[in-house]
Design a protein around this ligand. Structure first.
Ligand SMILES: *Cc1c(COP(=O)(O)O)cnc(C)c1O
Length: 241
């Protein structure tokens, strides 16, 4: 049989993703070398929002194991379409309480936990689903709640709430560098806050920081998880809401 045009497209997308992955990996390697860190300390999360499950499959074949989504509506569908793949799903977007039970059915990690009420909904939902979810406290570095996150002063209370839920594991912290703030300064602040969370649970060592534009600053400041979208998958169209 002749190859179909869709498989030609598949081959082209696969080589594009392979090239982008090689570039991102080289950036991470260089950043680790500059920071005197081991590459194995850093997990790459491919943020596939707005891109199809087909890209998840291709990236998985290229060796990526961790995937991130920021909207439940999209994440739940993509997770279901990828259910046969051995991957870890990270929910990274602002999460409404009423979406907690849906997210709890497929997310292995929730990076955007920023209030006690959300913790209790996620805990109940994870228990009902018979699942264990690793939760990160999302920190608002500049105190502006616009992009989600709890200001530094509220981190301990949220972390303790997670720690108290039997089906939730306190994993660490997450932040997005605020607009207009030097990312290096933002990530340095996050690293300090990470210490207060490790005081509650010593193994809560995840620092989720760094996106396509600022991954070097994040690695330099001790990030363990990088959330990379455009550098890996290409520019996104504006999301349909
Ligand atoms: C979209 C998104 C990312 C990835 O951003 P890029 O700039 O495309 O790498 C990371 N974190 C969060 C919370 C996001 O919503």
């Amino acid at each position: 049989m002749c190859p179909t045009s869709s498989s030609d497209a598949d081959v082209a997308r696969r080589s594009e993703l392979a090239a982008r992955l090689a570039e991102v990996t080289a950036r991470i390697e260089k950043a680790c070398a500059m920071a005197g860190r081991d590459l194995s300390e850093v997990t790459l999360i491919a943020v596939t929002k707005t891109y199809p499950a087909e890209d998840v499959r291709l990236l998985r074949e290229l060796g990526v194991h961790d995937f991130g989504e920021n909207r439940d509506q999209e994440g739940k569908v993509k997770a279901a379409q990828s259910v046969e793949l051995d991957i870890a799903w990270h929910f990274i977007g602002q999460l409404q309480t009423r979406k907690a039970s849906s997210v709890a059915r497929y997310a292995d990690y929730v990076h955007s936990v920023d209030r006690a009420r959300l913790v209790s909904h996620l805990g109940t939902a994870a228990s009902a689903a018979g699942r264990e979810i690793t939760c990160l406290v999302q920190v608002s570095i500049d105190g502006d709640p616009e992009r989600g996150g709890v200001p530094a002063g509220g981190v301990t209370a949220v972390a303790e709430a997670i720690e108290a839920e039997p089906s939730l594991v306190l994993g660490g912290v997450m932040a997005v560098a605020p607009m207009g703030m030097n990312p290096a300064a933002a990530f340095a602040a996050l690293r300090d806050i990470a210490g207060t969370v490790r005081a509650i649970r010593a193994a809560a060592g995840i620092i989720s920081a760094g996106m396509s534009s600022d991954l070097e600053d994040a690695v330099a400041a001790g990030a363990t998880h990088l959330r990379i979208g455009t550098a890996l998958l290409g520019d996104r169209k504006p999301p349909v809401r």
